[in-house]
Design a protein around this ligand. Structure first.
Ligand code: ZN
Length: 76
């Protein structure tokens, strides 16, 4: 696991999920040099694949309220 937690790279409300436009809580730095942003929902959905192509996965989903898991289930 190569999760980076550098304070300087913290995600802000301006960072949006590439898939759905929700606020991003996961930033993935790819081996190709690119970056992907995901909300908690999509970060979790793609985490298996991302682990194979990412250098670092910056995960701030821990900042979310525990109750948000209920909302994520209703979302689909
Ligand atoms: Zn999303």
């Amino acid at each position: 696991m190569t999760t980076a937690l550098a304070p300087s790279s913290a995600l802000s409300a301006a960072d949006r999920c590439d898939r759905c436009g929700a606020q991003a809580y996961v930033r993935v730095t790819l081996t190709s040099g690119g970056e992907l942003l995901f909300c908690a929902h999509h970060g979790r959905e793609h985490s298996e694949k991302l682990r194979n192509i990412a250098i670092t996965i910056h995960d701030e989903t821990g900042r979310l309220e525990p109750t948000s898991t209920v909302a994520a289930e209703e979302e689909r």
